[in-house]
Design a protein around this ligand. Structure first.
Ligand code: ARG
Length: 499
């Protein structure tokens, strides 16, 4: 981007330059400008300005004719931006001044009436909330899509047994669907966090002006309603200084990413030769340039690896916000790129992980064999004793000693004959503990347990909840899309989280 544009927009008399004797130093311009990245919400900026201009006319603050001129110029800039024919320079400083300069080139000095009763402080807060709202809906759609995928894979595996782990040691058998449902539960909480973040951010800062409100009789409620907000931000000082909405969204994204990272780690493990529970489809795996035999889980690794930058952006913004006195400080300009990158990265992850999961092939035999190996049914044996009145601690001791003996002798429970079982404990003389995984999992037949019947019931609950979340999203997304649609445009062009 060239350092100097025609007119040196912000430094001119129509910008903020009138009280300055010197034009801005180029190094200041380069350092100060956000136009390099805040162009991304040009549509949100224009849409907010349209609502402001209309309100100024409704309230008799500018004439209806001037407002119509302003609005027409705003839509012209919108169209030119969509056609890719607008260019900004560092002298524009930011998108707000940049759009105003483009309007000025089209309609001249009347442009200056648009900034009546408004500051870039309430303007940027509004633009970024609008952008964040659109982005949050996109992320939420991706999260629900991933949850749907996991639920769909789970539906085929309500009785596919596998080892469940603690400490990454085989612990007790579970069914694969149960394991996958645990991730669905995490993603449902992530979706809840996103919804809560959206609800909290959906208040309109416009009307706060620089910080104290305005001397003009603004209709803040009307502007908020037009932009799809639930109402204005209550306190004008809070309106221009609050960036909790950015942090809420960064946090919701970071938590989501964290969960996907854990799942990705499992995919890496499951597809390794050590586990070999699953194989990746060739279309979703990579090779090595030197080792011809290699088939690597790069998608899962990268999906895990993205966690660093996403958590980094959350921490970065927290530190940026810490210690800022009220109200607006230029530090707050640092709120944007971290959220952009977070949303971009997470959307990439949410795009590629579901098809990777959908196309994985599961080795049921291998999982079933692993499910009963390494004495994974020892708890079932202890439970059997406890069911017959043996105190559980004592039952645990009996079976623990049996495990130790078997390990020393290189045998498994399946190798013991009836007499040996009876010698271990009289109860085992009457009833033998289960030796197959399906019997073991089926016995865990309580709410939230891994019995196939319970898992099928859980599957039905998950499906219902995900459908509700999807309906909420569709309804809210439609409102947002309607707000962000240019009059005269058909279709459902999304608000523009595109870079
Ligand atoms: N580019 C600025 C930002 O992103 C816009 C607000 C500028 N306000 C100001 N008082 N300098 O925060």
């Amino acid at each position: 981007m060239p350092a100097d544009g025609e007119g040196n927009a912000t430094g001119t008399a129509w910008g903020w330059g009138s009280r300055f004797a010197a034009t801005p130093d180029q190094r200041l311009q380069a350092f100060n400008a956000s136009i390099g990245f805040d162009q991304r919400f040009i549509r949100e900026d224009i849409r907010g300005s349209v609502a402001h201009a209309r309100m100024l006319a409704r309230q008799g603050i500018v004439s209806a004719q001037d407002a119509a001129t302003l609005e027409a110029a705003l839509w012209q800039v919108w169209d030119d931006a969509a056609a890719g024919t607008v260019a900004f320079t560092l002298a524009d400083e930011d998108i707000h001044t940049g759009v105003e300069r483009l309007m000025r080139e089209r309609i001249g000095d009347v442009t200056g009436k648009l900034h009546t009763a408004r500051s870039r402080n309430d303007q940027v807060a509004t633009d970024f909330r609008l952008w964040a709202r659109g982005a949050a809906y996109e992320v939420l759609a991706g999260v629900l899509g991933l949850a749907d995928t996991l639920a769909a894979v789970a539906a085929d595996h309500a009785d596919t047994v596998m080892p469940g782990y603690t400490h990454l040691q085989r612990a007790q058998p579970v069914v694969l669907a149960h394991h996958l449902h645990a991730y669905v539960a995490m993603l449902e909480r992530d979706a809840d966090r996103l919804r809560a973040a959206i609800d909290r951010l959906n208040r309109c800062p416009l009307g706060a002006a620089a910080l104290a409100g305005s001397t003009f009789p603004l209709d803040r409620e009307g502007v908020a309603a037009e932009l799809g907000f639930d109402g204005p931000v209550d306190n004008s000082m809070d309106a221009v200084s609050d960036r909790d909405f950015v942090l809420d969204l960064l946090n919701a994204c970071a938590m989501t990413q964290l969960h996907i990272s854990r799942l990705s780690e499992e995919v890496v493990l499951w597809t390794s030769a050590e586990f070999r529970f699953a194989t990746l489809d060739d279309a979703f795996a990579t090779g090595s340039s030197i080792m011809p035999q290699k088939k690597n889980a790069d998608i899962a690794e990268l999906a895990r690896g993205k966690t660093g930058r996403i958590v980094g952006h959350l921490v970065g913004m927290m530190v940026t916000t810490k210690g800022l006195p009220l109200t607006y400080n230029k530090d707050l300009q640092e709120d944007k790129e971290g959220l952009f990158d977070t949303v971009d990265s997470l959307l990439l992850v949410l795009d590629v992980v579901p098809p990777m999961l959908r196309t994985m092939r599961w080795d049921r035999d291998r999982m079933a064999a692993a499910a009963v190996a390494d004495f994974a049914l020892a708890t079932d044996a202890a439970d059997l004793l406890a069911r017959h009145g043996v105190p559980f601690r004592e039952a645990h001791g009996v079976v623990g000693r049996l495990v130790a003996r078997c390990v020393a002798e290189g045998r498994t429970f399946a190798d013991l004959d009836a007499a040996e079982w009876a010698a271990v404990h009289p109860v085992f003389g009457r009833e033998r503990p289960p030796l197959d995984a399906l019997t073991s999992v089926s016995a865990r037949d309580i709410t939230g347990g891994t019995a196939p019947a319970q898992v099928r019931a859980a599957q039905a609950r998950v499906t219902t909840r995900l459908a509700h979340a999807r309906a909420w999203l569709d309804e809210r997304q439609a409102i947002h899309d309607a707000v962000m649609r240019r009059p005269g445009d058909a279709g459902t062009a999304r608000s523009g989280i595109d870079a």
